[in-house]
Design a protein around this ligand. Structure first.
Ligand code: AMP
Length: 184
């Protein structure tokens, strides 16, 4: 199964992504994690990505597509995957050639996101400053919301209320993907 998780920063994508990955036996891949690793490198690319991330902006579509397609060409992704954080723009969605079965949108209000991220400082993410958080929310509305319409028209969008308990969100996703409760 090839799945995409979409939601604002702090919507619970990595939590659900990891749960689903275990249940379905397919790998979880987060572009945010990839870029955070690249940003640690003392290279020109690393420095550029670090600045982009810490300002809450998006890495270019071309660079993002290259990196994602390079990862997905590895044998461990042959049977399927759960992508978190990609695609973030309609252009990325259109250019992505690997195929997708369903897109899960974890819907959470801006207000709730601000609360959650303001208290996420235990993970020490450099892009969890108030200014960057606001920018990331703005970027989500401007560039990523249209991706939801794109997949809706293709009949692939599953919208889930992301303000429920973690366990209830997980159960709802499995139900809507028609995964039997006792599967694997
Ligand atoms: P995330 O952990 O998904 O919130 O991603 C952290 C940051 O990585 C984002 O704010 C962007 O700067 C960058 N990023 C992650 N995924 C993408 C993507 N698909 N396209 C462009 N930039 C991305």
């Amino acid at each position: 199964m090839k799945l995409i998780l979409i939601g604002m920063p702090g919507a619970g994508k990595s939590t659900q992504g990891n749960l689903l990955s275990k249940k379905l036996g397919i790998p979880y891949l987060s572009t945010g994690h990839i870029f955070r690793d690249l940003a640690k490198e003392h290279t020109k690319l690393g420095r550029q990505i670090k600045i982009i991330m810490n300002t809450g902006l998006l890495v270019s579509d071309a660079r993002t597509l290259n990196i994602v397609e390079e990862y997905l060409s590895r044998p461990e992704y042959d049977k399927g995957y759960i992508l978190d954080g990609f695609p973030r723009t309609v252009n990325q969605a259109k250019e992505f050639k690997n195929g997708i079965d369903k897109v899960i949108y974890l819907n959470v209000t801006d207000k709730e996101i601000l609360w959650r991220l303001a208290y996420r400082d235990d993970q020490g993410r450099e892009d969890d400053t108030l200014l960057a958080i606001r920018k990331r929310i703005e970027v989500f509305h401007k560039f990523t919301k249209p991706v939801l319409d794109y997949y809706k028209h293709k009949g692939k969008l599953l919208e889930v209320n992301g303000e429920q308990k973690i366990e209830d969100i997980y159960k709802e996703i499995l139900k809507r993907l028609n995964v039997p409760k006792h599967a694997k």
